[in-house]
Design a protein around this ligand. Structure first.
Ligand code: NAP
Length: 435
């Protein structure tokens, strides 16, 4: 008896998508996986989210390459769900569809002034300096003396660091040219990194925080009064202890040590963004952390000047019509990755924007196991059906081999020790891919 193929479409070619595809395709050749992405480039957040000066983290893409060259896996780039085809069409063609679409939307702050020019959410700001085609036109006005970065997570630390580093410090990065031009000619002298809770509640990690202590042109300043006295307490986690040691050493710094000052301030909750059309400052309420770990306003407030304000306060998955969505948490409604029969989700689209890249590995494996154990091949058309749609609609998809041409062109165009000069324009990418 001829064995039927189990056809799976994974939507989103980021870490969650690749770990799922890797686990699905690793055993049985009769499981065939198409990894579909709206962009012509694979690797999602590895390419457009991980900071441009964190090249060692980006090296995980090599692992995903091994999945791409498997006979039972295909990368289909430049094919967007919603724009080029519908979820219903995909579900008719594939036995299972996995939404690994990440969380590309900024969570709103929900305060006055949020819509002013100069307020740029981290999804847009990070996408801009990372050459994401959706944000090349962002054109932020960095001709300002001070910037506020809201949040105490690793994204906030990334943004503060990329703004503070010199051109020389970014030499080995793949920072977008348009961003390098603006950042390295900007007169920024003060960067505020603002946490609404205290140093012990911060979610940045010691390695990332430590990088802020060693910037060439920028001194990190911390008010020692904001640091806990019990910093060697046994009840603290290893990460908390390391963070406290770093913050404590920063608290000895003085503003005159370097040309740019990074003010790391805790217990400051954003209340309103000030300005007429363009942001010029931020009103912050002072807070305390209550016994249940929440922050509570003291009623005291202050205003800090800031011409650019980058809220780095978390992300939301983009909803898809007819797919249940958890509004509070900002991801698809699911039970252990299952949305309903035939439809699954993985990564941030499943659990929200948390964890490291590696967190997506067990997550992807779990979804793959679930699919392999509960979905049986039903003779669906799979790839042939998708190719028929692509042909009929005359869509210009980008395959893995096509992507390798874009990859080579970017590496060839790199200057000095930079690994690549990223192309941010979809048309150019597709032209190179088809050359
Ligand atoms: P995150 O770690 O959840 O941090 C979000 C920050 O925003 C928190 O400090 C949070 O404060 C604050 N916040 C939320 N709502 C706020 C509000 N209304 N006003 C003021 N502050 C508010 O998220 P993330 O930094 O976006 O990172 C997402 C994930 O990617 C994390 O797991 C992160 O570790 C990971 N990541 C890792 C790296 C790396 O490994 N190098 C780099 C980037 C990102 P509360 O804690 O008080 O809610």
């Amino acid at each position: 008896m001829v064995k039927k193929t189990l056809w799976v479409a994974v939507i989103g070619a980021g870490p969650a998508g690749y770990y799922t595809a890797e686990a699905l395709s690793g055993g049985d050749d009769d499981v065939k996986v198409d990894i579909i992405d709206a962009l012509p480039t694979p690797y999602g957040l590895i390419r457009a989210g991980v900071a441009p000066d964190h090249q060692s983290i980006k090296n995980v893409a090599r692992r995903y390459e091994a999945t791409n060259v498997r006979d039972n896996v295909r990368f289909v780039g430049n094919l967007a769900l919603g724009r080029d085809l519908t979820l219903k069409e995909l579900m008719e063609l594939y036995d299972a569809v996995v939404l690994a679409t990440g969380a590309p939307k900024d969570r709103p702050l929900g305060i006055d002034g949020e819509d002013l020019k100069g307020v740029i959410g981290s999804a847009a700001f990070v996408g801009w300096y990372n050459s994401h085609p959706g944000f090349t036109d962002l054109n932020p006005d960095l001709n300002v003396p001070s910037v506020a970065v809201i949040g105490n997570g690793n994204v906030a630390v990334d943004v503060a660091r990329v703004l503070a580093k010199t051109a020389e410090e970014m030499e080995t990065s793949d920072l977008a040219d348009h961003a390098a031009e603006k950042i390295h000619s900007s007169p920024i002298k003060d960067i505020y990194l603002l946490g609404r809770r205290g140093p012990l509640e911060a979610s940045f990690t010691p390695k990332e925080l430590g990088e802020l202590a060693n910037l060439h042109n920028c001194v990190a300043l911390v008010d020692p009064e904001q640091l806990p006295s019990n910093w060697e307490d046994e009840t603290l986690t290893g990460a908390q202890k390391k963070n406290m040691t770093i913050l404590r050493s920063m608290s000895d710094n003085t503003p005159d040590m370097k040309p740019i000052r990074l003010h790391i301030a805790f217990y400051r909750r954003p209340m309103a963004i000030l300005g007429q059309e363009v942001a010029c400052g931020l009103r912050l309420e002072h807070t305390i952390v209550t016994v249940d770990g929440q922050c509570e306003g003291t009623g005291e407030s202050e205003v800090i000047p800031a011409g650019v304000i980058v809220p780095c306060i978390g992300y939301r998955t983009t909803p898809i019509q007819d797919v249940p969505y958890n509004e509070d948490r900002g991801h698809f409604d699911n039970v252990d990755g299952k949305i309903f029969d035939g439809l699954y989700c993985a990564g941030w689209a499943k659990r929200g924007p948390s964890g490291t890249i590696g967190t997506n590995k067990p997550d992807g494996q779990e979804i793959a196991q679930k699919i392999l154990s509960e979905v049986t091949p039903s003779g669906k058309k799979g790839r042939a059906g998708l190719d028929a749609i692509i042909k009929k609609r005359d869509l210009q998809i980008v395959t893995f081999q096509d992507w390798k041409k874009i990859d080579a062109a970017e590496q060839e165009a790199a200057e000095g020790p930079s690994p690549r000069a990223k192309i941010a324009d979809v048309e150019t990418m597709v032209r190179i891919a088809k050359s």
